[in-house]
Design a protein around this ligand. Structure first.
Ligand code: GDP
Ligand code: MG
Length: 663
């Protein structure tokens, strides 16, 4: 059994049998039928079987091309470039929708005045197997699926009202109606608003121009076959649609004219119509087809499409002037469908090299774009997890290298820190002079201001201890300041690592920043407490005797050129008050040394070393805690961009594969 493509059995018993089917059905053919020539002879009065033979023969040659374009459209290539399509243009009420309806088997909104107000892309998809009729209408962001064929009309109208507003306005946004049915072939047709000359009430003055430029945007594409619909009962030479088609396609290579309403032709003008159909008046290389669709009365009488097709053939068979056109293959919707298929296939064949070229170029551009786009996380959840582990490990590794002194960011962190610690030391040194002077003042003024119950010549240790306590306590402010600055520095360094490691993951970056901030705050509080404790301890005014004498000998006496040296066994000679400034200066020197190291060590240990350990541990905790996909959520525009590009590359690659069998 052979399948036939686009054959319609308009007369004879099979016509009824296929009554519910449209033009594009594929009825089975009886294999007992004879050869092409035999049948031609046998069926002179009807080309029913002849069509079948003709088209089953055509099928094998045509089908792959239609399928190719259809599959390209299915994978979405029409988003990247225009694919061969058929656009229907004509004056208002010339019968465009009626022709489309007859071709597609789908009832479209029809009537007088402006009915088609948005371009309607009719994507017909042949259903195989036991699936049921369904349609998807999409426009703007909406996409509605329905399963009742009688709803098409209402759905299209609803869409038009949403896009162009209720009333008589037009809109150039496309409504796409995808119909899956056993009774259609894979074909895409576009119904366009009819050309209006005079605006009706409620329409803008330039409606004619608006409609024309909308039509133009479709018919000027070299990928489009233009179906120009002209009623028989008007002067064809004056029709705007034909003029427009001629402008964009002067040689008529992709223009096919359709004469409608032959039943309404003026008596006596039939001969003129015949001349036109025979391409003798305005010649087009693709020529003319005359069709008769359902008139208003037939619609009111609920004559279905299949019945209408039978009536059409009856009409031509019986027509005094037009019956000959049946044999010339210039009449009936069925003939139009045949012609259209052939034209479309020819057109597709011609377009293929260009399509292939375009695909190649776009692929190249997209691949380049993709290579410049940072790679994202893998799609597979398991892979995603190990990707997250890798990403976090890389971060931790960088943090560890940073804390152990490697230069990871733009600045060298240890240079920055050393600078801060040096400032601290400089500050300590700078206070020595004041300390010395203060002690000296106390010594000088001792008898007047400080002397207690002791006999002259004796001194109260307390007085001097308090001076030391007071002056050392003053250093704390600067210690805390150093802590603050270092915290800022470390926090910035950690944050910089997070930024470079998690560039495309705003969520991860945010989580990390919060962790860094939390840890730094906690650690800062800890260090502050330690510094406070340190300064409380400094109130003890303590050092080992050995250290004290060592410092005293090294600094004080050598500086003052004293001969005698002090030692643990020989401290009796130093109870004299005049020696106090020198002695206390030695102690202060010890304090300075102690604090100069102690404060930076506290800060470095808690703010850097321990912070880094805590941060790394918390980061690894992310692997088990949060949802991986959530943690790896990307900056939406980056992921969308990459996703779009990847999709395009995928479908272009697929398209290239499909095309490679043809070009
Ligand atoms: P459009 O505005 O170009 O889409 O035209 P329509 O398809 O809506 O048709 C306009 C009117 O002409 C409708 O009432 C149709 O029923 C009617 N019509 C279309 N084709 C024929 C035809 O061949 N014969 C007759 N008598 N009426 C037709
Ligand atoms: Mg219409």
């Amino acid at each position: 059994m052979k399948r036939t493509f686009m054959s319609l059995h308009a007369t004879g018993p099979q016509a009824n049998q296929t009554a519910s089917k449209s033009l594009y059905q594929r009825p089975m053919m009886d294999s007992s039928q004879g050869s092409y020539e035999d049948i031609r002879e046998l069926n002179e009065d009807s080309n029913r079987v002849m069509d079948g033979v003709f088209h089953s023969h055509l099928d094998e040659k045509v089908r792959p091309y239609i399928d190719l374009i259809d599959s390209l459209r299915l994978i979405g290539i029409d988003e990247d470039m225009s694919l061969p399509t058929i656009a229907v243009i004509g004056d208002q009420s010339s019968g465009k929708s009626s022709v489309l309806e007859a071709l597609s088997g789908v009832a479209l909104p029809r009537g007088s005045g402006i009915v088609t107000r948005c371009p309607l892309e009719l994507k017909l998809r042949n259903l195989k197997g036991g699936l049921h009729w369904r349609a998807i209408i999409s426009y703007k962001d909406e996409s509605i699926e329905f399963t009742d064929p009688s709803l098409v009309d209402a759905k299209v109208e609803e869409a038009q009202n949403k896009l162009a507003g209720e009333g008589v306005g037009i809109c150039d946004e496309l409504i796409s109606l995808e119909i899956f049915s056993h009774d259609v072939c894979d074909l895409t047709l576009i119904d366009l608003p009819g050309i209006a000359r005079v605006p009706v009430k409620g329409q803008p003055e330039d409606i004619g121009q608006q409609i024309k430029s909308l039509i133009l945007s479709f018919i000027e594409k070299s990928e489009t076959i233009n179906l120009v619909v002209v009623p028989c009962n008007v002067d064809i030479a004056t029709t705007e649609a034909l003029k427009m088609a001629q402008e964009v396609d002067p040689e008529g290579k992709r223009t096919l004219a359709i004469l409608t309403k032959p039943d309404l032709v003026d008596r006596g003008t039939e001969k003129n119509v015949l001349e036109i159909v025979r391409n003798q008046v305005i010649p087009l290389s693709k020529g003319y087809v005359i069709v008769k669709c359902r008139g208003q009365k037939q619609i009111d009488d609920r004559i279905n499409l299949a019945e209408a097709t039978r009536l059409e053939r009856d009409f031509f068979t019986r027509h005094e002037f037009f019956s000959c056109l049946l044999y010339e293959e210039k009449a009936t919707i069925q003939c139009l469908a045949n012609k259209l298929t052939q034209d479309l296939v020819e057109h597709i064949k011609k377009s293929l090299p260009m399509l292939s070229e375009q695909i190649k170029k776009q692929l190249w551009d997209m691949r380049k774009g993709l290579s410049l786009c940072p790679a994202g996380p893998p799609m597979d959840p398991q892979m995603q997890k190990s990707y997250l582990i890798d990403t976090l490990t890389r971060f931790n590794d960088k943090i560890n290298r940073l804390t152990s002194g490697e230069v990871v960011n733009d600045d060298n962190m240890f240079v920055l820190l050393r600078g801060e610690f040096k400032k601290w030391k400089d500050h300590l040194d700078s206070t020595k002079a004041t300390f010395h002077k203060t002690v000296q003042d106390v010594v000088n003024e001792y008898d007047q201001k400080h002397r207690g119950r002791e006999l002259p010549g004796f001194s109260d240790y307390n007085v001097f201890e308090m001076v030391v306590q007071r002056l050392v306590a003053l250093l704390m402010g600067q210690a805390i300041d150093t802590l603050r600055v270092v915290r800022e520095t470390v926090q910035k360094q950690f944050t910089d690592v997070s930024k470079t490691c998690f560039t495309n993951y705003p969520f991860l970056q945010c989580v990390t920043m919060n962790k860094i901030d939390n840890i730094q705050s906690k650690q800062e509080a800890k260090v502050e407490e330690r510094i406070l404790e340190q300064f409380e301890m400094e109130q003890l005014v303590y050092t080992q005797d050995g250290i004290y004498f060592k410092t005293l000998n090294e600094t004080a006496f050598s500086a003052e050129g004293e001969k005698a040296s002090a030692s643990e066994d020989n401290c009796a000679g130093f109870d004299s008050r005049s020696k106090y400034p020198v002695m206390l200066r030695a102690y202060y020197e010890i304090v300075v040394q102690r604090l100069a190291d102690q404060v930076p060590m506290l800060i470095r240990y808690f703010m850097l070393k321990q912070s880094a350990q805590l941060l790394c541990a918390e980061m690894l905790g992310l692997i088990d805690g949060a949802t991986v996909s959530e943690v790896l959520r990307e900056e939406s525009h980056i992921s969308r961009h990459r996703f779009d590009m990847q999709n395009r590359v995928d479908r272009l690659t697929l398209a290239q594969e499909k095309l490679s069998n043809f070009v």
